[in-house]
Ligand binder design. Structure first.
Ligand SMILES: NC(=O)C1=CN([C@@H]2O[C@H](COP(=O)(O)OP(=O)(O)OC[C@H]3O[C@@H](n4cnc5c(N)ncnc54)[C@H](OP(=O)(O)O)[C@@H]3O)[C@@H](O)[C@H]2O)[C@@H](O)CC1
Ligand SMILES: Nc1ncnc2c1ncn2[C@@H]1O[C@H](COP(=O)(O)OP(=O)(O)O)[C@@H](O)[C@H]1O
Ligand SMILES: [K+]
Length: 535
């Protein structure tokens, strides 16, 4: 990652980064490892008590320091009068260093793993694998993880130590079995894998606790290549000026629509205009132009394009679109409701080759590039042609020519691969949305807005991205800000209409409200800032 990451990305270390942080605290600052482990164990014990204030506690420990944390919890809870049963996935003699010290302080070896140890537990502590795990859980560790999952199915809550065992702390991948935690207590900083599906869905309530590692470590170690999106991304966006014009506010030209699919491009136009575009043009097949004009926001223009035999846009429409773009600079958004077929494949290639400005490819536009992500390289090689693509998992699978399951299982690797191969900024949509730049940086949007899981919200997002690119916002920032505004709009729309009642149009409207509220609170913060020298 570049040496100064954007201020709006909260760095998320990978497992190696977190281990380096621990090593720095121990080796350079001189904090004994066992002291860190004691603090970690004490904070974990607090969480266990919150989850289950009484009743027996079953603690399952692994071979490494994650297991060591488990022995600290065991000692502290036993001292507090709880009935504690500790089982280990490895023979006692495997324990070394701090983990062995913690075991000794607890007062001796644990019993070997047995599923029966969980039977009467009021709560289970998963201290099997942490940031030192690699690959799918093996042997007794795998057996114990499966046993904990079965107990969780029976309703026993599970508190995970640092990371749910079986979840890759860096990628969020689950190669075999993984613990479904009720809560996860993670130390110093949450790693990227805790935010990415499917691992994210095993974390439960996430608590990040301070174990006494000085914060300045952030400035000393390499900056992680992944980060969590923060509200500050909106501060990076330009605002309309009093001397602005509708064209300076940004022009978005949307190519899409087909018989039976007239709503999609209209939603894209709505998203674009509510995100600040001053001007939007809907370029649609001639046969549906009047329908689209009737359904689109009244502020938008339409442009009739030549249609193919199926009524959808013909390949020759590229000339009409490119001619319009020559006379009126715009960000091109291609794909919403476009429909698929060879005509669209040729259309896409002509637009990619001929359009010199910013481009967003979404939905059926991506289907036209199936198995050929490199088709975008010729244009992305030039910095003057910012390109953002916005696939969901199915569109991503088609684009890269891989199985849908593979995208779901390897979201971080897949989005990075797509960005590298296309040279574009790639938005892999889902509950967690990942935004990758070709240089390897990834911004993670944590999701948690199920109201967005409804038809047409992706079309709205494409319009928001288009509007921000049309204001000359750098593409990684534009895509990230669009995803942030869209997520918040999904939450906002659900406040008003309920999660079940939210529709895509509500989300487009809410984009404007979310932006307004953000800008207002930013203005208030400025008003409250201390006066500068002489002011
Ligand atoms: N450092 C510090 O100061 C602090 C660290 N802290 C804590 O330490 C944790 C990191 O500890 P760690 O580095 O010891 O690694 P950890 O995750 O316990 O597991 C390694 C063991 O698991 C094994 N193993 C690996 N993969 C496996 C697999 N797929 N399937 C089965 N087994 C597998 C591997 O054995 P192997 O198979 O390689 O012989 C190895 O023995 C961190 O998450 C936090 O909880 C806190 O106390 C705060 C201070
Ligand atoms: N649980 C979820 N499942 C699917 N999409 C979700 C979910 N939560 C939020 N979203 C968001 O909703 C949007 C759906 O887009 P997309 O799948 O393209 O739908 P459409 O093509 O109908 O507009 C994306 O921005 C995605 O990130
Ligand atoms: K764990």
């Amino acid at each position: 990652m570049a040496s100064s990451p954007p201020a709006w990305l909260d760095p998320l270390p990978d497992a190696a980064g977190l281990r380096a942080t621990d090593a720095w605290a121990i080796g350079t600052v001189g904090i004994p490892g066992i002291a860190l482990m004691e603090t970690a164990g004490a904070l974990l014990a607090d969480a266990v008590v919150e989850v289950a204030p009484q009743g027996p506690v079953a603690i399952v420990c692994g071979a490494g320091n994650n297991g060591g944390d488990g022995y600290v919890v065991a000692r502290l809870l036993r001292q507090a009068g709880r009935r504690v049963r500790v089982v280990s996935t490895v023979p006692d003699e495997r324990l070394k260093g701090d983990a062995a010290l913690a075991r000794d302080a607890f007062g001796g070896p644990a019993d070997p793993w047995s599923a029966a140890a969980l039977d009467d537990a009021a709560v289970i502590v998963d201290a099997i694998l942490g940031t030192g795990a690699s690959g799918a859980p093996r042997g007794v560790a795998a057996e114990a993880i499966a046993g904990i999952a079965a107990a969780a199915d029976r309703g026993i809550p599970v508190v995970a130590c640092d990371v749910p065992s079986g979840v890759d702390a860096t990628t969020g991948e689950v190669a075999g079995v993984a613990v479904p935690a009720t809560a996860t207590v993670t130390f110093h900083a949450a790693t990227s894998g805790l935010w990415i599906a499917p691992g994210k869905d095993h974390v439960g309530r996430l608590r990040i606790v301070d174990i006494g590692i000085p914060r300045r470590v952030r400035d000393l170690l390499p900056v992680p290549s992944t980060g969590l999106l923060s509200a500050a991304v909106v501060d990076a966006l330009p605002r309309r000026r009093t001397d602005g014009t509708k064209f300076r506010s940004g022009h978005v030209l949307i190519v899409g629509g087909a018989p039976g699919m007239t709503g999609a491009p209209c939603l894209t136009a709505r998203g674009a205009m509510r995100a600040g575009a001053g001007y939007a043009t809907l370029a649609v097949p001639a046969g549906v132009e009047s329908t689209v004009a009737a359904r689109a926001p009244v502020e938008t223009l339409t442009l009739a394009l030549p249609a193919a035999d199926d009524g959808a846009v013909a390949a020759t429409a590229a000339d009409v679109v490119l001619e319009r773009l020559r006379t009126r600079r715009a960000t091109l958004v291609v794909g919403p409701g476009l429909s698929r077929g060879p005509e669209r494949d040729r259309l896409l290639r002509a637009l990619i080759a001929g359009h010199d400005g910013a481009l967003v490819v979404d939905a059926d536009g991506l289907a036209a590039l199936a198995g050929d992500p490199e088709a975008l390289r010729a244009r992305t090689a030039s910095a003057t042609r910012p390109t953002v693509i916005t696939p969901h998992a199915g569109e991503m699978a088609r684009l890269l020519g891989v199985e849908l399951e593979a995208v779901g299982e390897h979201r971080l690797a897949t989005v990075r691969d797509a960005a590298r191969r296309t040279g574009a900024v790639v938005v892999l949509k889902g509950d967690d949305t990942l935004i990758a730049a070709p240089d390897g940086r990834v911004a993670i949007s944590p999701g948690g807005a199920p109201g967005l899981a409804t038809a047409g919200t992706g079309d709205v997002l494409a319009g928001v991205v288009g509007a921000l690119l049309a204001r000359d916002v750098e593409p990684f920032t534009a895509a990230s800000a669009a995803v942030w505004l869209h997520l918040r709009a999904g939450l906002r729309a659900a406040e008003q209409h309920g999660v079940e009642g939210t529709v895509a149009g509500d989300v487009a409207e809410a984009v404007a409200i979310v932006r307004r509220d953000h800008d207002r609170s930013a203005a208030v913060a400025l008003d409250r800032a201390p006066a500068r020298d002489g002011g």
